[in-house]
Design a protein around this ligand. Structure first.
Ligand code: ACO
Length: 158
């Protein structure tokens, strides 16, 4: 299926619209973890024919710094360039709003995500040690590895 992404508009989800938890949970396993940031963040969605295919969440950190707290693409649409498209879109929106730095974090075991983020211009600058052990109710495994640390990446967007 040719999605012709460049013709698609990503829009902010309205405050009264339903939060797409099914997608958010693909990126972040625990509802409790999502609810820690979702209410003071902006949610952006990509939809086709009224179906939400993908989402990303931006949280303002300080005056000129913003973080992508969650990014997820419907399983049926992964691997078709939507993730990279959303990272570009998020960067453009943040730049338009005057932010200078964009952050994103992922786990020590999330190899695909680490690849995509670095391919999109983010660089590793910090590690939040034992983040997944301390903040999630039960152990999470990905690629056969226990999630322990959050790897933080950043990109200068100004
Ligand atoms: N294995 C290896 N590489 C892959 C795979 C795969 N399964 N799928 C895609 N890639 C590569 C692509 O080839 C492409 O690389 P290229 O530019 O060299 O060709 C690159 O990764 C980007 O691929 P996209 O198609 O843009 O990625 P996608 O649309 O699948 O979106 C995402 C990536 C958001 C990680 C998606 O797969 C997803 O929703 N995964 C589940 C949720 C998740 O893990 N979210 C991120 C958690 S971290 C956070 O939210 C801050």
């Amino acid at each position: 299926m040719n999605l012709d992404l460049e013709s698609k508009k990503v829009r902010q989800l309205g405050k009264n619209e339903q939060i797409p938890y099914d997608l958010l949970l693909l990126a972040d396993e625990a509802m409790e973890a999502i609810n820690k940031y979702i209410y003071d963040s902006d949610i952006y969605i990509l939809e086709i024919e009224n179906k939400i295919l993908a989402v990303y969440v931006l949280q303002l950190l300080k005056k000129d710094e913003i973080e992508i707290k969650n990014i997820a693409v419907d399983k049926d649409y992964q691997g078709q360039g939507i993730g990279k498209f959303l990272l570009r879109d998020a960067t453009n929106k943040a730049k338009e709003q005057g932010f200078k730095t964009m952050l994103i974090g992922t786990s020590n075991a999330s190899f695909k995500q680490l690849y995509i983020y670095q391919k999109s211009g983010f660089e590793i600058y910090d590690i939040k040690e034992n983040f997944y052990i301390n903040n999630y109710p039960k152990p999470i495994y990905e690629n056969g590895l226990l999630l322990k640390h959050m790897i933080m990446l950043r990109k200068t967007i100004a």
